[in-house]
Ligand binder design. Sequence first.
Ligand SMILES: CSCCC(=O)/C(O)=C/O
Ligand SMILES: [Fe+2]
Ligand code: NI
Length: 261
Amino acid sequence: MLSPIPDLRAVPGNAYVVSLVLREAKQMHMLEIRIGAKNRGIRPIVQSVCANIYCVDPREEVIQAWYMDDSDADQRLPHHRDPQEFVSFEKLDASKIVSLSFSELGVLSWRLDADNYETDPKLKKIREDRGYSYMDFCEVCPEKLPNYEEKIKNFYEEHLHTDEEIRYCVAGSGYFDVRDRDEAWIRIWVKKGAMIVLPAGIYHRFTLDSDNYIKAMRLFVGDPVWTPFNRPHDHLPARKEYVDNFVNKAGGGPAVDAAAA
Ligand SMILES: CSCCC(=O)/C(O)=C/O
Ligand SMILES: [Fe+2]
Ligand code: NI
């Protein structure tokens, strides 16, 4: 992430230096760009270019989230509201919440290099930091997934798990739907390179989109437990903890790092 307001100063030799603060996880780095200029008269141009440097969250290309409409149409359609209502990463991820007015869902996300997941140092670090010792792949298509029709149906039943649901889309795409604090459905579209963590106890469901294919890496701390508890399962400790941490508690879930933190 870049700092939004770069600092511009003139240096000897008819040049300007633009200083930017780069934030990666909890570390700050200074980046200095030297711009040579024939004469000082170009200052306004350099200034205006610098004012247009803005941060692009790398996740935006592979993860989008929006509020769903109420229609009964095909679950694989986007189900946007009219007008569309997109949801920010800050709203999904409680670790970024700075204002009490934000909803906190505890959904974490990263953008990773899906072509090189075997050697990706970023994935390695996430796995080490979060203790994700187990890994396998789940390919959702009739040829690869046993009992495809039944599984597709079950994935789309609203349910929770007693542990995190960690999915890294290495090919294809799909929708993870999560309930917000007011029970509205938020649809999270993951594409190749998107990794998301749904916290234990969150009510959610999954469906393919109209491209009908996803290959997801599944990660887990220790021996995996895939059991879905279909709604209602409000008495489970995992649900109670989720409600305490993310639904009832305004302004602060556990402080954890996510992608562009
Ligand atoms: C893309 S992985 C299949 C969906 C799944 O495993 C799950 O638990 C959905 O809630
Ligand atoms: Fe699930
Ligand atoms: Ni599941």
